[in-house]
Design a protein around this ligand. Structure first.
Ligand code: NAD
Length: 254
């Protein structure tokens, strides 16, 4: 059930949560977690913390920086608690992180975007790309807009969106990034992903299919961080007591 944009059907089971990263997302998660009866037993906002302290939590939720994510994943595995990771732009080290977590019989849940709406947007994008692929007059593009403090570009969500278009739109074979929307690809096999940075934008992603005569657009606009925060909490509930590697597909039963 959705009330004022806040997902309120989280299970009330008094989880003990360690928040690793106490910035915009960490605070948004704390706000919802305490409202639904979970306990935030630890907030960590400094890289030099002792893995032992994590043991008082049932699960950790990590929203930090691309440089910190893998080390935090390993600390949680060492402490034997499952971790939910929202940080983006560290995925080149994904296999290494998974191997480490599995070697410690611990748990890892990752998502480049925890919002249920974005996961629906991805499903719609896959269907649209597959359908429009049959009409040669259409080209495909992706645009993303985020707040100016965002460290990575393009966003993890834009990269996942690009991967979903590429898997279903046979005329493109790789994506290329255009920072600040500057430049465009002249190679028709390339899928252009343009990033823009503007004040106070939680996250907007648009997939466009353009022909000479019209444009079909699919846009997801986050109105706040609540969708990401409640999705991360759902993932934490799902991970409590679990080991192994999971993604949103497991949570949404896709
Ligand atoms: N997956 C999603 O749904 C989703 C949604 C929003 C943001 N994000 C990603 O989450 C990350 C954080 O976003 P944010 O908006 O909260 O950023 P933020 O800058 O507001 O907060 C990050 C916090 O992490 C702290 N930090 C840095 N290194 C640390 C470490 N090693 N250990 C503990 N704390 C550390 C910083 O001091 C800061 O307070 C980014 O990578 C962003 O792209 C993902």
């Amino acid at each position: 059930m959705l009330t004022n944009g806040l997902v309120v059907d989280l299970q009330q089971k008094n989880m003990k949560i360690a928040l690793i990263g106490y910035g915009k997302m960490g605070r948004a998660i704390e706000d919802i977690a305490t409202k639904v009866g979970h306990q935030v037993v630890l907030t960590i906002d400094d890289p030099d913390f002792d893995a032992e302290t994590l043991k008082k939590a049932d699960v950790a939720i990590e929203f930090t920086t691309p440089q910190s994510a893998v080390s935090n994943i390993k600390k949680c595995a060492d402490a034997g608690i499952p971790i939910v990771v929202g940080t983006t732009a560290w995925y080149n080290d994904y296999n290494d992180a998974c191997d480490y977590v599995l070697s410690k019989n611990s748990g890892l849940f990752t998502a480049t975007n925890f919002s249920i709406g974005v996961n629906l947007f991805w499903r719609i994008t896959e269907m649209a790309a597959k359908l429009i692929n049959d009409y040669d007059e259409y080209d495909a593009f992706i645009d993303e807009v985020h707040h100016t403090q965002k460290l990575d570009a393009p966003s993890g969500t834009a990269i996942t969106t690009a991967e979903k278009v590429l898997a279903n739109f046979g005329r493109k074979n790789n994506w290329v990034h255009h920072e600040n929307g500057i430049g465009s690809s002249t190679n028709e096999l390339e899928l252009s992903v343009r990033s823009f940075r503007e004040e106070n934008v939680p996250g907007t992603h648009t997939v466009s299919f353009k022909s000479d005569i019209d444009t079909i657009e699919i846009t997801h606009t986050a109105h706040s961080r609540k969708g990401f925060a409640s999705g991360a909490l759902r993932a934490a509930e799902f991970m409590t007591g679990k080991s192994g590697i999971y993604t949103m597909k497991d949570l949404l039963n896709e």
